[in-house]
Design a protein. Structure first.
Length: 134
């Protein structure tokens, strides 16, 4: 997702503009967990997406080495709230996710952190469908 450099995007606005290039399915919600994003804010964003349309079938939570525990907490809290059949899958993120997450970090972190984030980006998939559909 290429954004014009002259345009100012807040973290929340960028999150709401998901899905990304490799996720065209509107039933998928993408949440990027940064150091500055509070767990409550991330949960509120997911809940806001639920009230607008319907509950997303998949929630993809992106984090890196420094934020992975926060990202897992978001997934666990959301999992407890929905109380439905679902699974959480933790895996290395795709290249597209890494690139997009690094773009987000570039606005808030120093340049030395960007390569580290690209390499260590973790994708948490919270599926509210059958696990075989992931």
């Amino acid at each position: 997702m290429e954004l014009p450099s002259d345009q100012k995007y807040t973290h929340k606005k960028l999150l709401r503009e998901a899905p990304t290039a490799d996720i065209q399915d509107p039933s998928t919600l993408l949440v990027k967990v940064s150091r500055k994003l509070h767990i409550r804010e991330a949960i509120a964003m997911i809940e806001e997406a639920e009230t607008k349309d319907q509950r997303p079938k998949r929630v993809v939570i992106l984090g890196c080495e420094e934020t992975i525990s926060k990202a897992i907490s978001v997934a666990e809290i959301y999992k407890r709230k929905v109380k439905e059949g679902h699974s959480i899958i933790l895996k290395q993120a795709t290249k597209i996710y890494r690139k997009e997450f690094a773009y987000e970090v570039r606005k808030t972190e120093e340049d030395s952190a960007i390569e580290k984030v690209k390499k260590s980006c973790i994708e948490i998939v919270l599926s509210l469908d059958e696990p075989s559909q992931i």
